[in-house]
Design a protein around this ligand. Sequence first.
Ligand code: GDP
Length: 440
Amino acid sequence: MFESLSDRLQGVFANLRGKGRLTEADINDAMRQIRLALLEADVNFKVVRDFVSAASARCMESEVLDSLTPAQNVVKVVLDELTRLLGEVNEGLGLSPNRVPNVIMLVGLQGSGKTTAAAKLAYLLKSQGRRPQLVACDVYRPAAADQLETLGGEVGVAVYRAPGTDPVAIARAGVQEAIDNLRDVVIVDTAGRLHVDDDMMAEAQGLKEAVEPDQILMVVDAMTGQDVVNVAAAFAERVDFDGVIMSKMDGDARGGGALSVRQATGKPIKFISSGERPDSLEAFHPDRMARRILGMGDVVSLIESAVKVQAEEEEQEAAERLAKADLTLNDFLDMNRQIRKMGGVSKLISALPGGDKALASGQVDEGALDHMEVIISSMTKAERSKPDLINGSRRARIAAGAGVTVTEVNQLMKRYAETRKMVKRMMPALDAPAKGKKGK
Ligand code: GDP
């Protein structure tokens, strides 16, 4: 996802960096290339037009052109505009605190990933301490209810289904089932169609009136590209919705849908799903996604998924370390151990700056993690928390203890130092406003 757009944009920036001082012609040229890259990524043309015009205007400000680091400022402008395009901040799910049970209704075309998203959302809410109830309202495809039942079973969430052809009656009974069993959030999976059609819209409208959802979320397959604008407009007109779940972000979609939907509909992407496993739904953070697209990695999400599987106390420690933007070798070792639980090395690497390229070029050595574990295990507690202690003679001792060569210990220390430096560099640097940026 976003791979080719990411490559193109990085190419534009590399070109600018090579130039030192920038002229208006350089900016125009860069903006033309950015425009093409976005169009090729299947971003809606109106969205592209507005994006390029806003970014150009800001880049032409004298503070950007005349600064000592114009290329970096251009990158920062594009990062800001991309973040804005994606919706600025995560808007949260938006359930009323005064209502029990809350009701969430999922709509979307058939095959968009609605049923799996329902189960993933139930899993996510359950892991946050909620007591969800799934309700299967697709009366046309019994297989959809079967699928929801299976997925519900996998994530340990009750599924309500009933025979009959009236989805409204089933939805009402599903909400009642939740009330009777003291469940506090109901997730209604509705029927989709292959294309936008009147019957589907009328049915969704009827369900909306019957169960008055706190949130209606439209599920969109990331592969839909800019056609998302038409699908969303149809749903917005007939049922309206509050936000988007963008599914299949792990595929090779060019990214046009994700980049167009907010601007074109005014509705935020609230969640993204990037896999078939129940835990592959996560809150969408526009700023992190923008950084990823620009090849700056996604260290914050990475660390979040690492701490997700740790005990609460460890989470607290990790958050504190993150606040200081420093990593000890203990963090490094923990990360290593969590990687297996997080879906493997490849997923982790792809979240790091340049990671997608490393994966593509086969530089990723899956076995390196086992080595790392053995070497770090041979260090003392003090060495792990204060890696600067590790001098030449300590390296020799560690190598002997781990049964590896000193070169391998050096390689590990180098990799650790690079990661530590990257975390330090990324956190504060990106919070600083670009020169020339007008206050918002
Ligand atoms: P529905 O018709 O909208 O309910 O769609 P489903 O939930 O049945 O999903 C359609 C297919 O897409 C299923 O095979 C899912 O396993 C798959 N799918 C859904 N979400 C994702 C995702 O985020 N990543 C991947 N790779 N597959 C997904």
